[in-house]
Design a protein around this ligand. Structure first.
Ligand SMILES: [Cu+2]
Length: 491
């Protein structure tokens, strides 16, 4: 961003640098320090159980490095539902199949692996270049550790041929900031941009059941800042839904009993009164079913349509449904799901505490926050997009709004294909820098990532980056210096 030094983007960049610096020193010193702390009882426990007061205060910008408080997980290999899996041992993960391992930025994580049935196994975390030894023979065990200095969700899996595909795969979730700083009464409402259904591809039309629950909950808007979000299925945006043209969509919608407001749903993919909203105005505790035919392929928004609709949408009640054309969409290596919205609060942007909705600002279109996937830092600190150099990437991008058109752009990349206005039956635009996406509209952008590096998702109305709007696309891989390098051209 030449010529400007937006504060939000700067802090984002500082955070990135801190993360990268921490990464360069992460692995070497661990094994020695760690051997001392090895826990032979092999019960799962977390550092919060045993936390020493000690340690320098850690900020989100500079992850604390503690060699003393290990977060320990134990996984046993086994068979569940006919698949090879990891099974959690002890603590919160006891008995869970391929449990998601929740840790915080800066923590030293130890994973114990126990061979439960006798075949050879290991555990690998590609993003951390960390792996266990192979455990050979029943009850054999091994231990490894790493510093959780990269925020995000990463797969752990068994690297023995065929085992990952057979089911030995789970996630480790590295949350931003140290554990003690988390506000315990705020829910994480961020939809992980990697949380979307697999492509439909080639199949005959069928009935697709969709389950939506409208839930009001106090969510984390920013560090130390909360807002009472109204959601579909507790996240912003609501779940991405996927079908093919000709499918029959059977929507089961329930308004949670503890809601204060009525809610409903309007599908832009539907043809009929209110897009379904006429059949789904639900008081707290009520439920309804509405069925529609997906007559047109495209990328469509859905949202709550209960008055004041702008208030419901601003509070988080929007999502997308992808209706694939016959035969499916062009294949890519990775897909992501990102939506933009604004929030109108009485308190100015950056205020700590519980925010209150401001109706005057809403109807005069003066937002305090601009957000990707529901909160400040959702796609930077909490859930960056990850890919590898050489891969093709697709972003389904929509605007819930309710009011602001997005000039969607990825700093450092060019979209190879833009399915403008969410039309997947028209030829895509090619070689596009920025795409305009209106409220209640969507697009699909595909691009090959030719070079490793850190790319930034923005609305190119860049003042909005000062109010929360930024995301990272972090690309691992070799640097292709022919494409870009510092200094003069090589001979
Ligand atoms: Cu609503």
């Amino acid at each position: 961003m030449p010529g400007t030094t937006p504060k939000a983007v700067n802090s984002v960049v500082r955070h990135l640098l801190a993360t990268l610096l921490a990464g360069s020193m992460a692995f070497a010193p661990l094994s020695g320090a760690f051997a001392q702390a090895h826990d032979h009882t092999m019960t799962a426990q977390t550092s919060s159980d045993t936390a020493a007061p000690a340690a320098a205060p850690a900020s989100a910008d500079a992850p604390a490095v503690s060699y003393h408080n290990a977060t320990i997980f134990t996984l046993r290999t086994g068979i569940a539902e006919g698949r090879m899996v990891y099974i959690g041992v002890g603590g919160d993960i006891e008995g869970k199949v391929n449990p998601t391992l929740m840790v915080h930025e800066g923590e030293l994580v130890q994973i114990n692996l126990i061979n439960g049935e006798g075949a050879e196994h290991d555990i690998v975390l590609d993003q951390y270049a960390a792996r266990s030894a192979i455990v050979v023979g029943k009850n054999a065990s091994s231990t490894f550790s790493f510093l959780a200095n990269k925020v995000g969700e990463f797969a752990y899996f068994c690297s023995i041929a065929g085992h990952r595909a057979a089911g030995m795969e789970g996630l480790i979730q590295v949350m931003p900031g140290p554990r003690s700083d988390m506000d315990s009464d705020m829910t994480d409402i961020v939809r992980d941009p990697a949380d979307l259904p697999a492509p439909i591809g080639q199949r005959a039309p069928q009935v697709v059941r969709v389950d939506l629950e409208t839930v009001e909950l106090k969510g984390r808007l920013d560090d130390g800042t909360s807002y009472v979000y109204w959601t579909f299925n507790r996240k912003v945006p609501g779940p991405m839904l996927r079908a093919r043209v000709g499918d029959t969509i059977e929507v089961h919608i329930k308004n949670a009993a503890d809601s204060v407001m009525m809610h409903s749903v309007d599908f832009h993919a539907a043809t009929g009164p209110g897009g379904g909203a006429d059949f789904t105005q639900l008081a707290p505790g009520e439920e309804a079913v509405v069925t529609f035919k997906a007559l047109k392929a495209g990328i469509f928004v859905y949202h709550c349509a209960t008055p004041s609709v702008a208030h419901h949408i601003a509070s988080g009640m929007y999502g997308m449904i992808v209706v694939e054309p016959e035969g499916g969409l062009p294949q890519v290596d990775r897909e992501f799901y990102v939506m933009q919205g604004e929030l109108y609060t009485v308190e100015p942007f950056g205020t700590k505490g519980e925010m209150e909705m401001d109706y005057d600002k809403l109807i005069s279109e003066r937002p305090e926050y601009f957000l990707f996937n529901g909160s400040v830092g959702a796609l930077t600190k909490a859930h960056p997009l990850y890919a590898n150099a050489g891969e093709t990437v697709r972003i389904f991008f929509g605007v819930g709004g309710p009011n602001y058109t997005s000039s969607f752009h990825v700093i450092g990349e060019i979209f190879d294909h833009v399915y403008d206005m969410g039309s997947v039956t028209s030829p895509p635009l090619t070689g596009v820098q920025t795409v305009s996406v209106p409220p209640g509209g969507a697009t699909m952008v595909d691009f090959k990532i030719d070079r490793a590096g850190h790319y930034v998702l923005v609305d190119h109305a860049l003042s909005r980056a000062e109010r929360g709007l930024a995301g990272y696309l972090i690309v691992d891989g070799p640097r292709e210096d022919d494409i870009m390098h510092s200094g003069p051209a090589k001979q």
